[in-house]
Ligand binder design. Sequence first.
Ligand code: HAM
Length: 416
Amino acid sequence: MPALPGFRDFYPEDCARRNYVVETWRFVARGYGFVEYDGPTLESGDLYRKKNEEGAEILEQLYYFRDRGDREVALRPEMTPTLARMVAAREKHYRKPMKWFCVSNFFRHERQQKGRLREFLQFNADIIGESSPEADAEIVALAVDLMRSFGFSEEHFVVRLSDRKAWMDFLASRGCDEAQSRLALECADKIEREPEEKLNQKLASAGLTVADLRTFISGGSPEAFEPVLAALGARGMTRFVEPDLSIVRGLAYYTGVVFEIFDRSKSLRALAGGGRYDGLIKGLSDGGADLPAIGFGMGDVVLGHLIDETPAADERRKSANPPSCDVFVVIADEARRGDALGVVQEARDLGWKVDFALKPAKVGRQFQDAEGIGAARAILVGAEWPVLKIKTLATRQEEACERSGLAERLGIPGDR
Ligand code: HAM
């Protein structure tokens, strides 16, 4: 029986790929001074229902059910509402700004398409309690450096920077009320994906046309971008960023700068997306917590496709995955299996990754297995006991070694 559609099995090679992505995310985020947190996989359904309008895409994709205690619950489709809930409950415990990241799995009942699954992994980084453009730039810079750490350059990706507030001002100037603005933003979000005719029908009730939206989009770069672009320029990151008002983001809570990362060839869906959401924490707080916030999410699915398609990134991933075994103990004489186990244990205690044959096997077969799992060295335990042979598999060089001198000869990892 296969896994459900949109859900993945992780065989060891898939886990190795996943671990590479997760470790890179964690390493780069820590380099920016972010600390890790997490929340529950299952949340109260109200957390998403109350914050979104009826019919919002994220609600239609929710895994939503009644649990055995008759509570309405949902598998988390994203982290931001959980983060806002956690922050609203305990923000007084933490210095501001809070720089938090997480790596978690999320669930959305998406239509089957390339780059979208129903369970995926997403890295989130958010800065809470700071409203300055410096915080906006810090978040965008982190997103850029994540991409660079995977081996991508400006040839491969672009951050498209926009401003929800500029959109809201424009829509207000056209006399749109809240519901009409929401509808207009939804249409703007789909402008490149849905037929113009269909969008014009929807926009009619807001007194707008696709042409109006396009005119606003091509109107250029709002002033709000300048300090953000300056702070990115000072980091040498201008080449990764393009102002682009066609980005509006599908989620309702954004209030200011928003951005998405795309591959340059535009053949894939967004790699990451986020923005400023200054009202969400207040909306979830009973005790008056009211903090500005900005952050983004980067998923593992589109990222994985782009790594596969980009030789520089693929090479980097391959060289980052260490072999599962350093030292293979070859048992050349079954009568010495007990002695060999002592050798295995000593090498493991030194910190080496050690493997050996669990049942009798020909010596040639054991060497093949050693090479197959990428071991650098083999220790031969056989008739010459208590003398061992240590073989460097790449060069086939062999040295004799007294059993009593093994620890000294092997050394410790990182000290070869
Ligand atoms: P989002 O744009 O919905 O934003 O998701 C961010 C990224 O997660 C997407 O660009 C994509 O890489 C990945 N992603 C989303 N849905 C799927 C899916 N079904 N399958 C695979 N990958 C997917 C958010 O989730 C916001 N909460 C991000 C945020 C954090 N905003 C502020 N802080």
